[in-house]
Write a protein that binds this ligand. Structure first.
Ligand SMILES: CC(=O)N[C@H]1[C@@H](OP(=O)(O)OP(=O)(O)OC[C@H]2O[C@@H](n3ccc(=O)[nH]c3=O)[C@H](O)[C@@H]2O)O[C@H](CO)[C@@H](O)[C@@H]1O
Ligand SMILES: C=C(OP(=O)(O)O)C(=O)O
Length: 444
């Protein structure tokens, strides 16, 4: 079983480069299905397990897909199948994002039900409501969702989302791209990853207006073609390294971080007393004085991101005073609390709120990543803890962080990844990324 070992107490120093955004590249790869001509080249595609999984989904559909040097090459002119199998959708819910583009291209899609996951039940009713409003017939049974247009094109429609869902906004945008007429999504999600998807689609020939606002208008076109696109930097990864710097009272430059995408995180860190400088190429975090407790409520963008909640909790543990975090996006996103408690933290959860006692004397322990961001948060807490922490459950981390152990080690942290009893630093120091050990035959 792989594990990451962290011995806390080191100061960090230097520069860390942010990888391409997981939550942008996944819908962009799905949207490349819309191109009936030409090749899509997606640059700054992070070498992550989730990227492999969605690539395997496209491969299963008959799409030609290759990965080399952080670029993905996709030719979707020949679609052979319209089914995303359970084994792949089970691994990653975002596989469901192929439903919109498949419906638009072929008028039929059969996707395994994504089901719930550790952080919540995560229904897909808003995606389906959108497809139905556009004229698709939906049938659910035997663990699969089937959607069909019965030989007709999808029709433009006005769709109001009951929740500003990121995935539903993206899936409907992609379905609407080749529809007859105009689709309007009201109460659309406004995340930067949605803007990146819209930019990619518009370069392909789509007519998407208003991405990044609450109302998105998509005028259907007859055809989309392959284009080149560079994925935006990962704001959650950037925020995680900002907290790594703050929790170790270090001076770290986070190269590629876009401050505009991180406004709520920067504001909260500044409120706590973290010194932050922004420039056009990145963000510098410098040691400030004692950190103050703050209250945080997670919300859809531009509110405080739920994907930064666990990491922020790690920082609040070593701050002066008591903080309250309210998680409003997912109903069960506090599993990291019990793991933090193993590290000597005092946290009380009451429904959707967690009360965090500051000035914790964190101690190294054996802990398990219960989900992706929980894993990152445990590593952050371990950087400030006394003694050694062992983090397992790394399959979660590998979904969303490119070589987190290597990036932190190069900043001066005492971190190593142990694979099946063997240390892998040597391989990573030689520039062989973790991706190469996980690459699937279809992508090699
Ligand atoms: C691959 C990707 O981009 N993942 C991100 C995306 O997930 P994802 O797109 O799955 O998240 P959503 O924005 O859809 O979910 C937000 C809330 O809406 C609810 N909901 C969603 C869809 C639906 O049809 N019905 C419904 O009730 C969900 O249960 C959740 O409570 O946005 C989340 C919220 O910022 C992030 O945490 C994830 O990292
Ligand atoms: C919850 C997350 O991702 P996903 O939606 O892919 O599960 C995340 O990135 O923190």
């Amino acid at each position: 079983m792989d594990k990451i070992l962290i011995r806390g107490g080191n100061r960090l120093q230097g520069k860390v480069k942010v990888s391409g955004a997981k939550n942008a590249v996944l819908p962009i790869i799905a949207a490349s299905i819309l191109a009936s001509e030409g090749e899509c080249r997606i640059h700054e595609a992070p070498p992550l397990d989730d990227v492999i999984t969605i690539s395997q989904v496209l491969h299963a559909l008959g799409v030609n897909i290759r990965y080399k040097d952080e670029t993905i090459y996709i030719t979707a002119s020949q679609l052979e199948k319209s089914e995303a199998p359970y084994e792949l959708v089970r691994k990653m819910r975002a596989s469901f994002l192929v439903m919109g583009p498949l419906l638009a291209r072929t008028g039929y899609a059969r996707i395994a039900l994504p089901g719930g996951c550790a952080i919540g039940t995560r229904p897909i009713d808003q995606h389906l409501k959108g497809f139905e409003a556009m004229g698709a017939e939906i049938e659910i049974g035997q663990g699969y969702i089937e959607a069909r247009t019965n030989g007709r094109k999808l029709q433009g429609a006005k769709i109001y989302l009951d929740v500003a869902s990121v995935g539903a906004t993206e899936n409907i945008m992609m379905a609407a791209a080749l529809a007859d007429g105009v689709t309007t999504i009201e109460n659309a999600a406004k995340e930067p990853e949605i803007v990146d998807l819209a930019n990619f689609m518009n370069a392909m020939g789509a007519k998407v207006r208003g991405a990044g606002t609450g109302i998105i208008r998509i005028e259907g076109v007859d055809k989309l073609v392959g284009v080149r696109h560079t994925v935006i930097p990962d704001r959650v990864e950037a925020g995680t390294y900002m907290i790594a710097a703050a929790i170790t009272k270090s001076d770290v430059y986070i190269e590629g971080a876009i401050a505009d995408h991180l406004t709520p995180v920067i504001s909260k860190l500044q409120e706590m007393g973290v010194a932050i400088e922004e420039d056009e190429n990145g963000i510098r975090v410098r040691p400030g004085g004692n950190l103050k407790a703050v209250d945080i409520k997670t919300l859809p963008y531009p509110g405080f991101p739920t994907d930064m909640q666990a990491q922020m909790m790690a920082l609040l543990l070593i701050s002066d005073g008591t903080s309250i975090i309210t998680e409003t996006v997912f109903e069960n996103r506090f599993m990291h609390v019990d793991e933090f408690k193993s590290m000597n933290a005092q946290i009380k959860v009451d429904g959707r709120s967690a009360v965090i006692k500051g000035n914790a004397a964190l101690k190294g322990a054996k802990v398990c990543a219960t989900d992706l961001r929980a894993g990152a948060a445990l590593i952050l807490a371990a950087l400030a803890a006394d003694g050694e922490t062992e983090v397992t459950g790394l399959h979660h981390l590998d979904r969303g962080y490119v070589d987190i152990a290597g990036k932190l080690r190069r900043l001066g942290a005492d971190v190593e990844r142990v694979v099946a009893g063997a240390l892998v630093e040597e391989e990573q120091e030689q520039g062989l990324t973790f991706f190469s050990t996980h690459v699937s035959p279809s992508m090699a």
